[in-house]
Design a protein around this ligand. Structure first.
Ligand code: GLN
Length: 187
């Protein structure tokens, strides 16, 4: 059993906790750097990236997070993708800049434009359809050569990985399908 950390400063962390526990792993809610040392992996959930970044600065988590991500796998969903990206507009502080992605925040519109639609997933060479829940979701506007696309909505890449870092623009924790969490846990 692994200790899967879930950044629990704000946002949608409890649904990730449930997904992790359904997969038989231990969920560790992380609110400070000390807790990170108990974790084998870390999930950064959706929420509001501006609020996340204010809290990361206030609680002085930035360096601790970067150090953790250098060593261990991390999965960012929605606002978590924004936090991990190289750049995104209108943020109060720079994102962590650990994956070579330029994110466009709120790229599908406002809360009322949130939607559920099928996405095409390709994990370990196996194609499947996954229910993508998009809530004020970002788009991956551009990504570098080391970033591999893993899922598409129409022609947009909506999930990608680079080394130990996995990002999704949608919310896999809001569906019953655990295949993406499973993929992360085995990554
Ligand atoms: N729009 C939010 C942001 O920019 C992200 C929304 C989400 O995580 N569901 O941070």
């Amino acid at each position: 059993m692994q200790n899967i950390g879930i950044l629990a400063l704000q946002g949608d962390f409890d649904k990730h906790r449930q997904a992790v526990e359904k997969l038989g792993q231990k969920a560790v809610l992380v609110k400070d750097v000390e807790k990170l040392s108990d974790c084998d992996r870390l999930i950064i959930p959706g929420g509001e990236s501006t609020t996340f970044l204010h809290l990361v600065e206030k609680l002085q988590l930035r360096q601790g997070l970067i150090d953790f991500i250098e060593k261990k796998p991390v999965f960012g969903t929605c606002a978590g993708l924004i936090l991990l990206s190289k750049s995104a507009e209108k943020l109060p502080f720079p994102p962590l800049g650990v994956i070579d992605i330029i994110a466009k925040r709120n790229a599908y519109g406002r809360q009322v434009d949130s939607f559920v639609d099928d996405i095409r997933l390709n994990l370990n060479g196996r194609e499947s359809v996954f229910e993508g829940v998009f809530i004020r979701a970002p788009k991956i506007k551009d990504f570098g050569k080391k970033v591999n696309a893993l899922a598409w909505h129409n022609n947009d890449v909506v999930m990608a990985e680079s080394g130990k870092i996995l990002v999704a623009a949608f919310h896999p924790e809001l569906t019953d399908d655990l295949s993406i969490h499973q993929y992360f846990i085995e990554k």
